[in-house]
Design a protein around this ligand. Sequence first.
Ligand code: SF4
Length: 343
Amino acid sequence: MTVLAKREPLLVRPGARFDCVGDGLCCSDIHAVGALTDEDCEALRVISPDAIDRHEGEDAAVLMMRSDTGRCVFWSTDGCAIHSQLGPEMKPSPCIQFPYALTATPAGGRISTQHRCTCRTLGQLPLVTAEDARPNLLDSNGELKPEHVVLDDIPWSATESLSFAEYAKREAGIIGALIEGRHLMIALQAEAFPELDAMTWTEVADELLEFHGPSRAGAAARWFGSAIGFLVDRREPAGLDRPWADSFEQAGQRVVDPVSPNRVFGDWLADEVWSMRWTRFGSLARARTELATRLTIARRIAGWLDISTPKQDNISAAEAVMIVDVIGTTDIWEKAQGAIGEP
Ligand code: SF4
C-alpha cells in the first residue's frame, strides 16, 4: 500500500522554543528576505515601491535592505512598520513564516524552526505549539504549505532504508540525546570533515572567504570560511567582524538562565534532523557527517567569540549557531554537501 505524505496533524519537535521579542536579526541582511511571491510584490509596491530588490543571479525578488544599516526598509527600533501599522497578516509571506518551516511526512506535517535569530536561540522562550505556528505556515489560499516532502522510504544509511514509522522510532533516540546536550558527537556517531568528491575543504574555505562587502551574510561567510581554514589547514583567521553584535547584546540582557553551549548546539542539531531536509542529499548517515562538520565549525567559532568578546558562553554558542545555520543554506555549502559521499 502506498503511504502518502500528509500535512496534518501538525507535529512539533519536543522542546522547541520560540517567541518574536524583536531582537531584529531576522529583518537584517544576515539573509535575503525572500523569495517574495507575486502577491507579496504587488502589496509591497503599493506600500513602498522601492522596497523590492532582485539579487544578482537569482530569479526571485527579495526585500531590500537599507545600505546604511543593513536592515529592511520597514524596520526601526520600534519593530516592523508593516506589522504595527497595517497588521501582522500584511507582512510579506517569508516574514510571516520565519522561523518556521514545514515538512510533510506520512505521519503529518513536521514543524521545524531556523536557528539564525536570537528570538529562537536565547532566553526564556515559550514552547512552540502547533496552534501558534499554524497561521505562519499557510499560503495565500489558506492551505498549509510544506517546503519539503518525505515519503515512506527513508534512507537510514547507504545500504538500509526504513519505513517512516520505523525511522521515527529510531530518530527519537537521536533527537532525545541531542536535546539533552551531552556528548553530541557520540549522538551523531559521525566524523567531521570527510573527504569530498572532486573538491577539497580548502577550496570550500577559500570560496567562503571570497565574500566581500559589509553585509551580515558576508561576515558570516568569512567566519565560517575562517573556521574551515583553521581546522583543515591551520590558517589563522583575520579580519572577522560582528555586524550583528547589537542583536546579541540586546538578547544577552534578557538571558537570566544561561544553558550550556552544548544545549544550544544540540537544540539546533535536533531541528536539523527533525526537518528531514537532509533527505535531499542522501541518507541520515551522510547527514550526520555533514552535521558533525558544521558542529565542529560552530564550536571553533564559539571558541574565538569567547576570547574576542567575553560573555556568557551560551551567547557565543548561539552566535556560532546563527552563522552555521545561515551558511548551511547557501549555494557554496549546498555544493560541499553534494560532494560528501555516503559513509
Ligand atoms: S517587512 Fe517587517 S518583518 Fe519583514 S523583514 Fe521587513 S521589518 Fe522585518
